[in-house]
Write a protein that binds this ligand. Sequence first.
Ligand code: NAD
Length: 263
Amino acid sequence: MKLLEGKTALIFGLANERSIAWGITRAMHEAGAQIGLSYAGEALERRVRPLAERIGCTFVEPCDVTQDDQIADIAAKAKEAFGQIDILVHSIAYALREELTGPYYNTSREGFRVAMDVSVYSFVALARAFQPLLRPGGALLCMTYYGSVKVAPNYNVMGVAKAALEASTRYLAYDFGPQKVRVNAISAGPIRTLAAAGVSGFRDMYRHFAEIAPLGENITTEDVGQAAVFLCSDMARHITGEVLYVDSGYNIVGVPEIRRKDA
Ligand code: NAD
């Protein structure tokens, strides 16, 4: 029997083939889950529909997570299509481009609000909207990054947002515990996606990552997908409120040493 056989997963945050959400979608599909997909808005539809077709997914719905009515709408549609769901994946983040460069103290009030609203509050809002639909044994999952606990230059307000997202993961895990629904986060190493392209200096940081990480390799969306399957499967049935690093061990290194390939 496959790990997610008989489970229904709703995945938010698919933009294109490079999205972490796509790595998770494929892995969950291969693990036997029935998949529903959500994307930010009309502009992305022509990219998302063909991907959905590749895995035979027919539930493909827009949802701008800053809009409460759109969240209520997709929850109603999911109820109609699936009755109950087992897994909800939040793979969404956004900050104004000008906030992802230069000193953190230049963060504007509006930039702070937008980053927190789209990247953090949306997880809380989705959790609330889907709470009545979540089956016992279910799981919520969100995506975070190491910039939440250590300074990653230029990541700025997104680092602060990820800290809030990780704290939200713990508070939600507490709330959902009695319902036997688990809430976890994956902290992924850098991956070249649309969202990552907005962070200044990302290319250099990506390049040096493999030289510093104990496993000496960058990670892929497939790696995140496999970890997501584990965390949302019954194999992880007593794991909740955790942040699981999928980063080739990068986060355990206190004093980096550049290890050259020819050394
Ligand atoms: P991506 O650009 O493919 O995904 C980000 C998604 O957020 C997109 O699908 C976008 O449409 C969606 N989004 C933005 N605003 C939205 C809104 N208002 N409503 C609904 N959706 C909205 O990039 P990604 O790297 O796959 O990012 C997915 C998650 O992974 C994010 O939380 C990101 O912070 C996290 N993450 C990424 C990396 C990395 O290096 N790429 C590392 C660690 C964590």
